[in-house]
Design a protein around this ligand. Structure first.
Ligand code: ATP
Ligand code: MEV
Ligand code: MG
Length: 397
């Protein structure tokens, strides 16, 4: 029986370099964003599991006993190292009334919840009677890792409710984080949730959502960057919807069709990530403008490569043209095909030039904002540490 009320959160991410190539074993550099997904976990007294996901319009509840029965029917061998099987997902879809090929946000979010709830509780005990509310500052499906932040929050909440990990927030503390070992477990289960949503994720997004900061990621190996300078980044959401799952599948198809053409492009993206890492680690904390031409050129080259592998979009071309007219360099971030782009701001970019660029981007119907990067990973919060907007969103019942 779960008795406490908890709030936890995980950050979204920005990929500086290496999106898509990272799915094929290349290096990616990613940083946590100061926009987060929040989850409130409360006991649900009447033998029920309740889930509210206002971001994707889901309000569902199930009897705990029916989930226990479903769990026995799906398979007993759930593990954080095992991918969800086609048969398991098929059974869960039938149970939740989700059509076979459904890929709508609410269907994927419900399926990921059901899978993680059954799999985690099968490994660590009974399905807990919990009431879960998820609210996010992140736009959904825009390249900022909303699926991973959601999966990391679910993994942390469900593992805590099943007592597979501790509840480290002490009386009087405003925030707390889990141990490295517990974070590793949260990350592994979040990866399974990402698999339900994405099909074939690399794991970079859930790693950043779990550990935060700035990371180099390659084939499951997570290395925090030695030193990250204060980078100013303008984030622009083109608001063109797209699905990471579809884009990742499209790149795979292109590689299979033209291996001799596509593999060198992926190798070049890998080299860009490595070059960028060397430059970042050599930069002082408050870098002077002379470091920027290389970073800008790497943005330009990678943006061309991402177009070559088929994940560009006319809206992203426009974003790059608009910022270039103000002397600024941009690339898409995340899966592409629309969604968000990032623009590197130089220390000597004048406030006037930035305002002019923002005005022109907004005139295209885009939304933009300057971001802080390197936010903390998954975190437990006391209610008193939450700002008014988050408290308001989480007090909806
Ligand atoms: N706040 C949320 N509540 C419930 N489900 C969410 C939430 N945020 C994201 N999701 C799930 O994640 C899906 C979006 O994932 P997708 O990977 O396509 O985009 P993204 O993670 O925002 O971008 P990227 O993977 O390129 O960084 C949604 O369709 C939904 O199923
Ligand atoms: C496109 C991709 O590389 C990043 C999505 O944020 C997919 C992944 O790594 O899982
Ligand atoms: Mg995603």
């Amino acid at each position: 029986m779960w008795e406490r009320s908890l709030v936890l959160s995980a950050p979204g991410k920005v990929i500086l370099h290496g999106e898509h190539a990272v799915v094929h074993g290349k290096v990616a550099l990613a940083v946590a964003l100061n926009l987060r997904t929040f989850l409130r976990l409360r006991p649900c007294a009447e033998g029920k599991v309740c889930v509210r996901l206002p971001g994707v319009g889901v309000v569902r509840s199930w009897d705990t006993s029916s989930l226990q029965a479903l769990r026995r029917g799906v398979a007993a061998d759930f593990d954080e190292s095992k991918s969800p099987s086609v048969e398991q997902l098929h059974t869960l879809k039938e149970f939740a009334g989700i059509a076979a090929g459904a890929s709508a946000p609410e269907s994927l979010a419900t399926l990921a919840f059901l899978y993680m709830c059954l799999a985690i509780s099968a490994k660590y005990g009974d399905v807990p009677n919990v009431d879960i509310l998820v609210w996010s500052e992140l736009p959904t499906g825009a390249g900022l890792g909303s699926s991973a932040a959601y999966a990391v929050c679910l993994a942390a909440a469900l593992l805590t409710a099943c007592r597979a990990i501790s509840c480290p927030l002490k009386e009087g503390e405003s925030t707390a984080r889990w141990t490295e070992e517990e974070l590793t477990l949260i990350n592994s289960w979040a990866f399974q949730g990402e698999r339900v949503i994405h099909g074939n994720p690399s794991g970079v997004d859930n790693a950043v959502g779990t550990w935060g900061g700035a990371l180099r990621y390659q084939s499951g190996k997570i290395t925090p960057l030695k030193r990250v300078p204060m980078l100013r980044i303008l984030l622009t959401n083109t608001k063109v919807p797209r699905s990471t799952k579809v884009l990742v599948a499209g790149v795979k198809e292109k590689i299979l069709k033209f291996p001799a053409i596509m593999n060198p492009v992926l190798d070049s993206i890998d080299a860009i990530s490595q070059e960028c890492q060397s430059v970042l680690e050599a930069m002082p904390a408050n870098p002077s403008p002379e470091y920027y031409p290389v970073l800008e050129e790497l943005f330009d080259i990678n943006q061309h490569h991402l177009n070559v592998i088929g994940v560009g979009h006319p809206s992203l071309d426009r974003l790059c043209r608009v910022t270039a007219s103000h002397g600024l360099h941009s690339k898409l971030t995340g899966a592409g095909g629309g969604g968000c782009g990032i623009t590197l701001l130089r220390p000597d970019t004048s406030p006037l030039a930035m305002e002019a660029a923002k005005r022109d981007l907004c005139a295209c119907g885009f939304e933009c904002w300057e971001t802080n990067i390197g936010a903390p990973g998954v975190t437990l919060h006391s209610s008193s540490s939450l700002n008014a907007e988050v408290l308001h969103a989480l007090s909806e019942s």
